[in-house]
Design a binder for this molecule. Structure first.
Ligand code: G1P
Length: 270
């Protein structure tokens, strides 16, 4: 079955972006002149997605307005996660709407330069019938911020590798590898079975990584190394670099911004 549905969890309260998030949900902060979430929606549509399920929070009514106004052509439905019980629980909230269809999950804190990586994951899922998760190699001291995988050997020439297990935010010394999950996933409906049996992890949260780990131990998960640029917009610094990159790509303002940056970096006043 082709992948036409995507789930975007957007229920977090965005405390790293206070005070801005007192009035604007984190996902609607602009990356240059476009709400960050629109970039994620565009990435999904570019990979063939036709129905987007946004998991939101009733404290963020602006997300619903966004869903009505968003451009691009996909249908957007909002579902509420009323209590913050973790990413695993957020994905589970989409169960009824997803039904039996395979689906992508895109964490909007990660902004990709284009749809190529999600397309790769969709192709991998459609070719193998196994869950496909996006991976990136990071320096050992950075694995602590991510889900970290135990690979079956080394990735092949196309960046594909089987996954044996996953551990959420390990200590650098205990980490099974330097390959981490970068917030892009494609699942079949079987993931809901693994989510349903999750036990709360540290902080009382149901971790998506634990469900993927359980699935991986049955041999049903592959990883695909990322092939495009990526910004971690979960941090103010990542938002800034994403904005600069987005503006540099634009024909109308790109050349002007490049010239300004060059002058500024030489230490000259502008
Ligand atoms: C989440 C996931 C983690 C993944 C990360 C990617 O963590 O739980 O496995 O590696 O997103 O951004 P969070 O950043 O929400 O703490």
């Amino acid at each position: 079955m082709p992948v036409r549905v995507a789930v975007i969890p957007a229920a977090g309260l965005g405390t790293r972006f206070l005070p801005a998030t007192k009035v604007v949900p984190k996902e609607l902060l602009p990356v240059f002149d476009t709400p960050s979430l629109q970039h994620t929606v565009d990435e999904a549509i570019g990979a063939g997605i036709e129905h987007i399920i946004l998991i939101s929070n009733r404290a963020k009514p602006a997300i619903e307005v966004f869903a009505e106004e968003a451009s691009g052509g996909a249908r957007i439905t909002v579902v509420y996660q009323d209590s913050p019980r973790g990413l695993g629980h957020a994905v589970e909230c989409a169960r009824e709407l997803v039904g039996d269809a395979p689906f992508a999950v895109l964490l909007p804190d990660e902004l990709m330069g284009d749809s190529s990586h999600l397309k790769d994951l969709v192709a991998e899922y459609e070719a193998t019938g196994k869950a496909a998760i996006g991976l990136k190699r990071v320096p050992r001291n950075e694995v602590t911020a991510y889900g970290c995988v135990t690979p079956q050997g080394v990735p092949d020439a196309n960046g594909r590798v089987g996954i044996r297990d996953v551990v959420e935010k390990p200590n650098a010394v205990d980490a099974p590898s330097d390959l981490v999950i970068i917030g892009r996933y494609v699942f079949g409906r079987d993931v809901f079975g693994f989510l349903a049996t999750l036990k709360p992890a540290a902080g009382g949260e149901l971790q998506l990584s634990d469900a993927i780990g359980n699935m991986a131990r049955t041999g049903k998960v592959n990883g695909v190394l990322i092939s495009c640029t990526r910004h971690d917009t979960g941090t103010p610094m990542g938002m800034l670099t994403a904005s600069i990159d987005a503006a540099l790509k634009r024909r109308d303002v790109g050349p002007q911004l490049r010239a300004w940056l060059e002058t500024r970096l030489k230490g000259e006043q502008t």
